[in-house]
Design a binder for this molecule. Structure first.
Ligand SMILES: C[S@@+](CC[C@H](N)C(=O)[O-])C[C@H]1O[C@@H](n2cnc3c(N)ncnc32)[C@H](O)[C@@H]1O
Length: 525
């Protein structure tokens, strides 16, 4: 920890412990919007491969892939990525190739991440790959774990017959170490069923890692705890357009705590992660990123944070819970629309609980009528639409999404998150079908919702302006395109940095669009 502190001091950072939060990262100088506060390479990472899509182990690309001929699990796009990963994969290949095909099916990205974690520790212990202050297993050991948090949160320790039965059952299924893990999990009275299920899953996954590695000295309890560390510390690696590519563990970046009104954002360039200030972060303040989707009511955000990260958020946004602004925001993001289609007021439950009243015009919507529309929406299968879209049946997916959209327009506030998400899905499918004009219309519908749901500097807002600008330009609306691309640049140069390939490309597009717009206007004159 002292070594880490001295490296961080040189980067104008320091780690301190804050009551209720644990370790927290602070800045020791002013940081300004767009400035990188900290970057880190992953300690371990894996692409999120599944039965449908494979990615290269090194660069996460989906093109020109070849499977490792020995283990048949890992994919590469070429020799340079294969070489980059070789020290690792040499060991991993050995353990994976011992598995039969049935067992290989269980080697999910999370399992591989854990296997790679232990292989990296071994390689560093044996000095085959170097350790540095920012890149060593001690940093993983210091990470907060869900199991530990749960054990702190739960106090009672009681036994009943059902639990005892389960204990005996697991004793016969698994080895003794796993039974100890399960025993500890099951005997905690205060745990919700969902938490118990998750903990059982960690224990089962730990057993699978043990089966894969077959190291006599391995500690299964430690593996289960490490799975629980992944749950609250691992990050989804995304491309510049925030599409998920894989998962990585960045143990120093994991020191950064959450806020629903963050002053920084985490973005990736390839596998390397950078935290950039999105506003002025004055000397002495804490670096804060958001762990979750912030476009949601305080209750929704708090629930998500409690479930995955086991804490009650007390950020300035959450502290407003129950105040007028918070109630209004929640009613817009997740509430119903006014009966009068021309009114965009927000609705609150009436005192008698029989309906919802518009706070602008006073009209009341009956609970029964709302329930009916909600039931109609639920009868349409969004899951089916999503499957159709993933399978390339975009037109069929659009038909279902449009029916959902129609009903959601009747039910929800015009700035509702659910409606915006449905429109995003329609937009995505329309883009796939190259129906540019309709796609632009949908993109424009989502922008005001993005503006209201996200802070002024947010990567998703910047990306939406970018999509809008590209569509406008493609459709010959050059002046509009310049406006949208300028707005995209203003945001994305801060969130993604001006030196990244992605923003450089965007800047080039903006220059071209500007040149075209001025040529068009001069030829009109
Ligand atoms: C990625 S870790 C952050 C670093 C952590 N504080 C530590 O000591 O290692 C995530 C965990 O930190 C704690 N945490 C993060 N943000 C918090 C916040 N705003 N308030 C309280 N606890 C927080 C929670 O325990 C959460 O599960």
């Amino acid at each position: 920890m002292e070594d880490l502190q001295s490296v961080l001091v040189d980067r104008n950072l320091t780690v301190s412990s804050v009551p209720e939060k644990g370790r927290s990262l602070f800045v020791t100088k002013d940081f300004y919007p767009g400035e990188v506060i900290i970057s880190q390479e992953p300690y371990v990472c894996v692409p999120n491969n599944n039965s449908v899509q494979k990615r290269c182990e090194g660069c996460f690309t989906t093109t020109n892939l070849k499977k490792c001929s020995r283990c048949q699990v890992v994919w590469y796009c070429g020799t340079s990525c294969q070489k980059l990963e070789w020290k690792f994969h040499r060991l991993e290949c050995e353990v994976l190739s011992r598995l039969d095909n049935d067992k290989k099916k269980f080697v999910t990205p999370s399992i591989r991440l854990m296997v790679k974690l232990y292989l990296r520790r071994k390689l560093q212990n044996e000095k085959i790959i170097p350790s540095t202050v920012m890149d060593n297993y001690n940093l993983v050991e210091a990470l907060v774990s869900r199991i530990l948090l749960i054990f702190i949160l739960s106090s009672n320790f009681q036994c009943n017959e059902v639990r005892f039965f389960l204990y005996i059952l697991f004793f016969f299924i698994y080895n003794i170490s796993i039974v100890i893990v399960l025993f500890n999990i099951l005997f905690h009275e205060d745990m919700s069923d969902i938490t118990k299920e998750q903990l059982l899953l960690y224990a089962q996954m730990a057993n699978l890692v043990n089966v894969i590695l077959q190291w006599p000295e391995i500690n299964i309890k430690e593996i289960a705890e490490n799975f629980s560390k992944f749950a609250c510390n691992a990050h989804t690696i995304c491309d510049s357009e925030l599409r998920p590519l894989g998962t990585g563990l960045y143990p120093v970046i994991s020191i950064i705590n959450h806020s629903c009104l963050p002053n920084s954002v985490l973005v990736f360039e390839g596998r390397s992660a950078s935290v950039r200030a999105v506003q002025h972060v004055p000397k002495g303040s804490e670096v804060l990123i958001s762990y979750i989707e912030t476009a949601g009511s305080t209750m929704t955000r708090q629930k998500a944070l409690k479930e995955q990260y086991l804490f009650n958020c007390t950020c300035p946004r959450c502290s407003k819970l129950g105040q007028y602004d918070d109630i209004r925001e929640s009613a817009i993001l997740e509430g119903y629309r006014c009966k009068n289609e021309k009114c965009d007021g927000f609705l609150l439950r009436t005192t008698d609980g029989k309906g919802f009243q518009c706070q602008q015009c006073g009209l009341v919507r009956e609970k029964e009528e709302i329930k009916k529309t909600a039931t109609e929406i639920n009868s349409l299968s969004e899951e089916e639409a999503s499957k159709l879209s993933s399978a390339g049946y975009y037109q069929e997916a659009i038909s279902i999404y449009k029916m959902i959209e129609k009903l959601q327009t009747k039910l929800y506030h015009p700035f509702s998150i659910s409606l915006m998400r449905t429109r995003e899905k329609i937009l995505k499918s329309l883009m796939e079908l190259e129906h540019w004009s309709e796609a632009l219309a949908y993109c424009k519908l989502t922008i005001p919702v993005y503006q209201s749901a996200y802070p002024a500097i947010h990567p998703l807002l910047g990306l939406q302006y970018y999509t809008c600008g590209k569509l406008e330009w493609y459709l010959g609306e050059t002046e509009e395109a310049v406006k949208s691309l300028t707005k995209a640049v203003d945001i994305l140069r801060i969130t993604h940095g001006t030196n990244t390939h992605f923003v450089k490309e965007l800047l080039m597009k903006l220059e071209e669009a500007r040149a075209e717009a001025s040529y068009k206007s001069s030829s009109k004159e």
